[in-house]
Design a protein around this ligand. Structure first.
Ligand code: UD1
Ligand code: UDP
Length: 356
């Protein structure tokens, strides 16, 4: 039996950790201890995922959130270090590219505890993004690099990862695993009256929400789209706050605004929408799992295979481009012939590699 300490803290990490936790349990060879940094803390940003996805209660909850990057990452690193000194795990496991990811990887690597990074090799090539900084550094100090796609493997090779200090594994995408496991449990959000046809939209990226002009343009675009089809908009708390800033236009009445919904509810909303408008990393892929076209509200994406396959169009925050991309996909829905994210058994591959 080996001991693995997992560090998670943000909504996408709970989703990614769920199938891996199931695979760990099924293997019978791994004792997993979970640290929740507390980065996401509202019930609908955290607890709901543990309940719906049957993730064990965290062994440690650091309750660190709502801080600037340095303070958040620093306090998390300090607290994780203390736990790792006591726990002495064989591996430290992190997911994705948040401040919680970086804190976990930093604390462990300085203690010479090997780091395994799920969702390694993703690159936007935009170093202005906090996530790009987090993922580049995390990859650099990880021993096992679980890449979801061949593009991610290529990115690491291009950066000189040669296999000398770390091992690259093309595992497939654990979010694909999660969508397969939980799809049949998808459920309509309670008390939401849903139109027969709608566009699903989410917005939360710092580069969109913290920039008044971009946020204004995105709202303008959503309002225009909503003249053609109702828009369902589950709002991230960050966006909810910033939409109240001066200069941001009001959302039109044809936009159905709700708080963040649970995982089973977002799967339902995706499965039943006409198409998706989003700046989310995870939801770009989930759109593909559900064979929905995606207009991405960013200038670039880490998931370039979606764009290459014709399933995703990058529209940034340009209202005209967002609208024309929406129109294009409404009239020409792509055929989803290609499987881009593995076999749906990424969690098993990750478990096997950790046990080797
Ligand atoms: C973080 C990640 C981002 C990821 C996103 C997933 C970093 C740098 N960013 O962004 O990569 O895409 O999570 O959703 O790690 N808030 C609440 N309640 C919550 C959670 C957050 O009110 O449950 C508020 C915080 O107080 C803060 C704001 O939302 O004011 C932003 O939260 P933070 O965790 O810093 O960043 P995210 O935008 O969520
Ligand atoms: N999600 C959810 N409820 C919502 C919005 C999103 O359950 O209201 C899920 C969805 O599966 C998505 C994941 O949370 O892929 C990650 O969300 P987010 O967009 O916040 O993060 P990112 O993937 O951009 O880091």
């Amino acid at each position: 039996m080996i001991k693995i300490v997992t560090v998670i803290g943000a909504r996408p990490q709970f989703i990614k950790a769920a199938p891996v936790n199931q695979a760990f349990k099924a293997s019978g060879g791994i004792l997993e201890k979970i640290i929740h940094t507390g980065q996401h803390f509202d019930n609908n940003m955290s607890r709901v995922f543990f309940e719906q996805m049957n993730i064990p209660e965290p062994d440690f909850n650091l309750d660190i959130h709502s801080l600037p990057h340095g303070a958040m990452t620093g306090r998390m690193t300090e607290a994780i270090e203390k736990i790792l000194i006591d726990e002495k795990p064989e591996w430290l496991l992190v997911y994705g590219d948040t401040n919680s990811t970086l804190a976990g990887a930093l604390a462990a690597s300085k203690l010479k505890i090997p780091v395994a990074h799920v969702e390694a090799g993703l690159r936007s090539f935009n170093m202005e993004m906090p996530e790009e900084i987090n993922r580049c550094i995390t990859d650099r100090i990880s021993r096992l690099l679980f890449c979801p796609t061949p593009v991610a493997v290529e990115n690491l090779k291009n950066e000189g990862f040669s296999g000398k200090n770390s091992r690259i594994v093309l595992s497939g995408d654990v979010m694909y695993d999660a969508s397969i496991i939980f799809r049949e449990k998808a459920k309509k959000p309670a008390e939401m009256s849903l139109p027969g046809e709608y566009v699903l939209a989410t917005v939360h990226r710092a580069e969109n929400t913290d920039d008044v002009i971009k946020l204004k343009n995105i709202v303008k675009a959503l309002n225009t789209v909503s003249e053609r089809l109702p828009v369902v908009l589950p709002l991230h708390p960050r966006t909810r706050k910033l939409l109240k800033e001066p200069g941001i236009p009001a959302l039109s009445d044809n936009i159905i605004v709700t708080g963040p919904v649970g995982y089973l509810e977002i799967l339902y909303l995706l499965d039943n929408c006409r198409l998706l408008l989003t700046d989310s990393g995870g939801m770009q892929k989930e759109a593909c799992f559900f064979e929905k076209a995606c207009v991405t509200l960013r200038e670039e994406t880490e998931w370039t295979e979606l764009v290459d396959a014709g399933y995703n169009k990058l529209a940034g925050s340009d209202p005209d481009l967002i609208y024309s991309s929406f129109e294009h996909f409404s009239e020409n829905p792509p055929g989803f012939g290609r499987k881009l994210y593995g076999s749906g058994r990424a969690a098993e591959e990750i478990t096997r590699s950790l046990l080797m």
